[in-house]
Design a protein around this ligand. Structure first.
Ligand code: SAH
Length: 225
């Protein structure tokens, strides 16, 4: 799967993709993540990518030309399944959306800044708008990194057995069960005996009960359907 991320702050996206599972996915050739600097597509000498809002008011607005130039250039090279704009007023990201997007081929992700992006970019180019929650951040880069991480770890072949996504919270209707590692006794705080029993069926049963109890206590809404 290929991600083309368009941003005015490419440096913000260097670290999130350079480590751990996301780095491995790229090395394995399962995910390709290309970050484009919006300023490179600016049409004026000052390399500006924003301007004052029509009608007045506070905050700068990102201009249509640089985004249009970058998106059209990308579309001339390959087909894209989605052009996603990260936006607090979009549909809220969840595991279902991440699963769905993990089956796509090529996607473009637009990161906004300042007051937002010219509405015409959204009307003309964007096919999907995604929020990472009901709060406002300064830019779309961290949301884009969150989205790509949530998607890439679901692409078959990215996770190995030890990090399998199948038992993760939200993958089914249950939250994940509690987990423990050595030592079995830390200052008198012991790991539940069942986990040391070696009895796989009983351990699975215990994990299911724990996951169910945790879901009932924390997120009863997940059990409603
Ligand atoms: N005026 C806009 C917020 C602009 S914040 C509004 O009230 O809706 C600047 C940029 O940060 C946005 O264009 C978007 O790309 C990004 N952003 C901020 N919060 C976000 C969130 N919760 N989810 C996704 N993107 C977000």
């Amino acid at each position: 799967m290929r991600f083309d991320i368009i941003t005015v702050l490419p440096a913000l996206l260097e670290s999130p993709f350079a480590h751990s599972i996301l780095q491995r996915a790229q090395k394995k050739g399962i995910a390709e993540i290309v970050v484009h600097s919006l300023r490179d597509y600016s049409t004026n000498k000052q390399k500006s990518v924003d301007d004052y809002p029509y009608g007045g008011g506070s905050g700068m607005v990102m201009s249509i030309e640089p985004f249009a130039k970058c998106i059209e250039g990308l579309k001339a090279m390959r087909e894209y399944d989605e052009v996603i704009f990260m936006s607090p007023d979009g549909e809220t990201l969840n595991q279902t959306i991440a699963n769905e997007l993990s089956g796509k081929g090529n996607v473009i992700i637009l990161c906004g800044h300042y007051k937002g992006i010219d509405q015409r970019i959204r009307d003309l180019f964007v096919t999907r708008e995604i929020s990472i929650g009901d709060y406002v951040l300064s830019g779309g880069e961290l949301p884009a990194a969150v989205l790509v991480d949530a998607i890439v770890r679901l692409i078959p072949g990215v996770l190995n057995d030890e990090t399998s996504a199948l038992s993760d919270s939200f993958q089914g209707e249950l939250l994940d069960a509690p987990v423990y590692t050595r030592p079995a006794d830390w200052n008198g705080h012991r790991v539940p005996d069942i986990l040391l029993s070696g009895h796989e069926a009983k351990i699975n049963e215990w994990r299911h009960e724990q996951a169910l109890a945790r879901t009932q206590a924390r997120r009863p809404d997940l059990l409603e359907d």
